[in-house]
Structure formats: C-alpha cells, structure tokens
Design a binder for this molecule. Sequence first.
Ligand code: BJ8
Length: 431
Amino acid sequence: MHTADFEVKPYPEMWAELDMDVARFDKARQMLGEIYGKMFLSQPNRPAGMVYFDNMISEIFGGRIKEMLAVKQEGRPVVGTFCVYIPEEIVVAAGGVCVGLCGGSQGSIPDAEKILPRNICPMVKSAYGFKAGRICPYFQIVDFVYGETTCDAKKKTWELLDRLVPTHVMEIPQMKKQRDRDLWLEEVKDFKTRVEEVCRKTISRDDLAGAIKVINDKRRALQRLTRLRAGTPAPISGKDALLIEQIAFYDEPIRFAAQVNALCDELDQRVAAAEGVVAADAPRVMVSGTPMALPNWKVHNLLETAGAVVVGEESCIGTRYFKDLIDEGAADMDRQLEALTDRYMQIDCSCFTPNDERVDQVLKEYRQSNAQGVLHYSLQFCHTYNIEEIKIREACEGEGIPYLAIESDYSPEDVGQLQTRIEAFLEQIRG
Ligand code: BJ8
C-alpha cells in the first residue's frame, strides 16, 4: 500500500452509539493514519506479510471493535487490562475477550491532567485520559477493567478510574517468596471467580486447557518472530516487530498467531536468502525497559531513522509478555491454576524486589538477538524502572556492551536531544 493511500477507517455512527467524543476522536484517527503512513509504509523492503498488520491498524477503531461488540451480543464479556500480570487465559476460558488498554498517546494526557497530578507516568495518564475524554472505543465497550498493584501510579489511579468504569484490582506481590506465590494463587482464584460471575459460566478444566493452548500458541508465534530477528541482515524492522507485539494485545488470538506464523514463514526464507530490511552492517540495538504502548513508536523510529535496526524488546510489550509458557499437561483445575500462577510469577517486572533475574534476562536476550548495543528506555516518573536501570547499566558495562539509557515521555519536545544522543550511541557501536 502506498503511504498516501493509507487511512485509519472512520466509523462515526458506531462511535456516537458508544458515547464517544466523535469530532475530537476523528481528528486523532486522521493523525494516526498520517503518522502510520509516514513511519511504517515508507520503510524499504517490508515483508509482504505486514499487510495483515497494516489492515489491523486501518481497522483499529472499526472492524476489531465490531468483532468485540458481536462477542458482547452473545453475552460474553470484554475485559480491559493494563498489565501482563492479568491472566488472559482465564478470560478466554470463559469465552471472553481480553484487550490491553495501556495508553501510548500524548493526545489523551491533557484529559488526565485535569484530575491526575502531572508528575506521574505518561502511560497511566494516557490510559486514564482515554476514558475521561471518551476518546477510545475499546474503553467504551469493555464490561469492566482489571488493574493491578504493580506501581503506585497505577494502583492509586484505579481508585479514580472506578468512578468512570467498573475497575477491579488484583494484588500483585512485590517479592517472590513462597508466601508471595501463595498470595498470587489466591488472587488468581478470585479473578477466576469474578470472571465466572460476569460470564455466568463455570470454567471447566477443558475450557481452561483450551485457553492455555490458545494463548501459549500466541506466545510461541511471538517467540518465533523474536528468534528470526536474530538473523543478519535483520529480516524485519524493529518498528514492524514492535507493531506486531502491540497488536498482540487487541487482536483475536488464534487469527493473530496464524498471521504471525505466516509472516515468520516468509522471514524464514529471507534469513535463508540473507535478505534483510537493512544492510548487514547496520547497527543492531536491543531495547530494554518500560513497555511501549500503541502508538508509542518514538524511540524505534529515532533509532531506525538514524540507520540502526532494533532486534529485540525486553519489555512487557515484547519478550516479557511471551517468553514464558504455561505447562499444558496439568490434570485438573487446581494443578492448572498452579501452573498458571508459576508462569506468571516468572514475569520479571521491576516492581518486584529483588529482581536480578531481569538483569540476567537482558544479557541473555542481548546475546540471543545478536545485538551490538542496549538502549534502556524508561518512561518519565517510572521509579522502579529508572532505579533498576542502574543494575542493568552496571551489568552491560561489565560485559563491555555499548549502552545508552534514556528517559522520555510521549511529547515531541525531547526528540532533537534524543536524536543527538542516539547518533552518538550508534557511532560508538560502529566504532
Ligand atoms: S508487568 S512493566 S505491564 S506493571 S511504566 S505504569 S510500572 S510507572 S507498565 Fe508494567 Fe505490568 Fe510491570 Fe509490565 Fe508504573 Fe512504570 Fe508507568 Fe509501568
């Protein structure tokens, strides 16, 4: 598709029915289409399999919403989440749909700042602002949302969000001792009960086994994509891979996995033919840190515009979401919930202390991705990632890995300064 032909499709009647601020949202829709056309469709030698994902963006405010409305009409719930700790397998087992609602846009932040303090994480503000401003169709259709107690900004915002949309909160432990695992298992059980109440359906062992398989398959497809990115020259851009990781949070999981696998078949051929999206000597950078929620493409765009290629995201919109699978062999519901709990306890979010397994994971992914440098990315005011960055830096420096840490938000104000720092970082890699 040509850059100028791309548009995010408008559905004003449906948006009006969803009680959205249609005029304002339509401007955001147009802007998203323009930015997407410029950033994504202009990339050279894109894999043909990206057409599906382009279409997912084109239909992000329409086709996918219609599918979710159809699910609701069948009496099945749509559940919004903000964190990879919320066990989507349980929602899928109950016949529902899970949608990630994290905010990655500057456009909704003024709505949030009418209520929330300015000096908190932009992702939390953006998410809250989408609901407060009625400018996100996903927020308008969810039956309820599930937050968590990972960081202070999130857990206190959920109390206010509950005034706008029913908001439940799972208590995520802060450590990984046996008693923390026990607590988390109890929370998982409560979550299952809550989802069953809303769905008016008791989840059977087979329901859960089926859902675990579906989500494992989605995670396996993303693991495969990650492995292929280790090829030199890189067979797909970091921007496209990040986009796929973002779409994983709102697409239908079976269809999504099939499309990722189809794309991977194409990338297999590219790797075999040593065909890439950049030259073999383009600097290869792994990004590590806070999640980049859609449409936050800022850092990847800066890196790749400067001639680098991003070869991995050690992030929740990245490997932290799909590196671990749930054991599919559990014999009964109790064992299944334990297997699920064990898988989720492996997520190495910086909200845990200590969290040294993340340091090891960064080094492991760095090696596996054939990267040549690590860029640590923290959203502004994210204390846990900002402080944990010290240990990541020490580990990278100890291994002689070129390293850059940046802290940023969604505004374009720091782009010039980031560009300069990124260019110097890439020079260091080239040197
Ligand atoms: S498991 S990383 S998705 S909490 S960036 S809102 S931590 S102030 S996003 Fe996260 Fe779950 Fe952890 Fe992953 Fe707070 Fe930090 Fe903002 Fe964050």
